[in-house]
Design a protein around this ligand. Structure first.
Ligand code: XBP
Ligand code: MG
Length: 257
């Protein structure tokens, strides 16, 4: 009975970029490039190159590391990265407000189903709060989320577990009562280091990353309407072919970590 209690699913904690929404290639990347251009810099991040740059979490840190790799002195790179990232954030907020960013298929339905069953829905992201909140509000309604913790709320970004530990603290739950949903190796590592069971739902940028800490790896959240074969289960319970349902997440929560 005690074990059942401990492993009862009380919350699902979602990552945002690449998990709840496809924001990177046609969102953040475009805003980074616009900020470079507005600053009179010739740097432009291509689709493929951006996939490699994503290994560095946090847009400001990503720019800083890139500028240093291009030969900028450390202090100059840090200062320039701060200015560029502030401009990039304003530009991305404007993009979000146009409605251009889309939720990944099945996310809204899953969030609604979890809430209907009394399972809390939370967000743990590396992204900056200035755009995270408008994006979540635009796609799902901000009230859908019991807790939202962003990269602006913690000092250490993923793969550090800080954002997940802060989310659990605000949910007033232990890791055993929650499951995390992530799309990247850095995200899986952060969730697992916080003691959470984590399911990975990959995308074009993360498909080949090391998800060994995840208890399951899927290529989609929901069974695509145009694909009666269902979700591709890259690793884990073959029953996940129907995608992430409340029932599937309950089963994953019962897996002893
Ligand atoms: C997302 C990030 C962020 C975004 C850009 O990682 O690393 O840096 O790419 O947003 P995760 P900011 O999905 O693992 O949370 O520019 O606001 O950082
Ligand atoms: Mg992500």
């Amino acid at each position: 009975m005690l074990i059942e209690q401990e492993h009862r699913l009380r919350a699902v904690i979602f990552d945002v970029d690449g998990t709840l929404a496809d924001t990177e290639r046609d969102g953040h990347r475009v805003a980074f490039n616009a900020a470079f251009e507005a600053a009179g810099l010739t740097y432009r991040w291509g689709v493929e190159e951006y996939g490699e740059l994503l290994a560095t979490t946090g847009g400001r840190r990503r720019i800083e590391r890139y500028l240093r790799s291009c030969g900028h002195a450390p202090t100059e790179a840090a200062a320039l990265a701060t200015t560029l990232h502030a401009d990039k954030t304003r530009r991305f907020v404007a993009l979000v407000r146009t409605g251009a960013m889309r939720a990944r298929p099945g996310t809204a339905e899953l969030i609604n189903a979890l809430r209907a069953e009394g399972v809390a829905v939370a967000v743990a992201t590396t992204g900056t709060s200035d755009w995270v909140r408008p994006l979540l509000d635009n796609l799902f309604g901000i009230d859908a989320f019991k807790v939202v913790v962003t990269g602006s709320d913690v000092t250490d970004l993923k793969p550090d577990p800080a954002v997940y530990l802060e989310t659990l603290l605000r949910l007033e739950l232990t890791a055993a009562a929650a499951v995390a949903v992530e799309d990247s190796a850095n995200g899986v590592q952060a969730a697992v280091s916080a003691g959470l069971r984590c399911v990975a739902v990959v995308n074009e940028y993360t498909r080949d990353q090391d998800m060994s800490g995840a208890i399951a790896v899927l290529d989609d959240i929901a069974r695509p309407e145009d694909n009666p074969g269902g979700v591709e289960v890259l690793r884990g319970d073959p029953g996940l072919v129907n995608g992430l349902t409340v029932e599937a997440l309950r089963r994953l929560a019962a897996v002893v970590a």
